[in-house]
Design a protein around this ligand. Structure first.
Ligand SMILES: Nc1ncnc2c1ncn2[C@@H]1O[C@H](COP(=O)(O)OP(=O)(O)OP(=O)(O)O)[C@@H](O)[C@H]1O
Ligand SMILES: [Mg+2]
Length: 201
């Protein structure tokens, strides 16, 4: 089964799709706006928790932490929060590869952070963000999770969090378009657009 991806949904009282109901916990959620609100509340709690006491790089670069962060961000909303997907997504590796690919990425990434050079730290964070979101470990919420993951790595390395293009990323917008273009360039091996985008104002 393939599942729908990306924030293409227009604003308003858009009905939920059959896919959206898989594992949906709150009974009060009746449409897309409700769902967005529930997710945003949950994410904001996770944000407060993690940025009040930032983790160290070695703690973050751990496949258990990847699952933990997704759990903290979405477990009020989704029963499958923190559980790797077992279905194909429009981008992302085959479900049976997720566990190993995340582990290998975390191990490799530890070497990329063996620097105190600010530009190299930003590059390392861009690389981890792109590779993790490209694996696409979960049914949904990968973009937001991997962006918070990136910001936590920056905090752990004494860097300001990214601006993420300085605009609104959650809806169809020029900023969102630039972000997706930058990820597509990264898919082809060119991280320069993403590196520029994440600090754009
Ligand atoms: N070509 C691509 N290569 C790698 N990653 C991509 C590509 N296109 C989109 N993405 C990532 O996939 C994310 C969407 O996946 P998903 O729907 O699981 O996350 P989300 O958090 O629900 O999305 P959103 O960014 O809309 O909040 C995007 O935010 C982006 O980070
Ligand atoms: Mg999504």
């Amino acid at each position: 089964m393939r599942i729908k991806q990306f924030g293409e949904e227009p604003a308003g009282a858009t009905p939920l799709t059959e896919e959206d109901y898989v594992g949906l916990k709150p009974k009060w959620i009746a449409n897309r706006d409700d769902l967005n609100l529930a997710e945003a509340q949950n994410i904001s709690e996770a944000f407060d928790k993690y940025f009040k006491s930032p983790r160290r790089t070695e703690e973050i670069l751990d496949d258990l932490f990847v699952r933990k962060l997704h759990t903290e961000m979405y477990s009020n909303v989704w029963a499958w929060a923190g559980t790797y997907r077992t279905v194909e997504t429009s981008i992302g590796v085959a479900p049976q590869r997720i566990s190993e690919d995340v582990k290998v990425l975390m191990e490799n990434a530890k070497y990329w952070f063996d620097t105190s050079n600010p530009t190299e730290i930003d590059e390392a964070v861009c690389k981890v963000h792109h590779k993790l979101v490209q694996i696409h470990p979960f049914r949904n919420g990968n973009g937001r999770m991997t962006r918070m993951f990136a910001d936590l790595l920056l905090a752990a390395n004494g860097r300001r969090v990214f601006s993420w293009g300085g605009g609104i990323l959650d809806v169809v917008s020029p900023t969102r378009e630039a972000y997706i273009q930058a990820l597509r360039a990264a898919d082809l091996g060119d991280l320069s657009l993403l590196h520029e985008f994440v600090r754009a104002t």
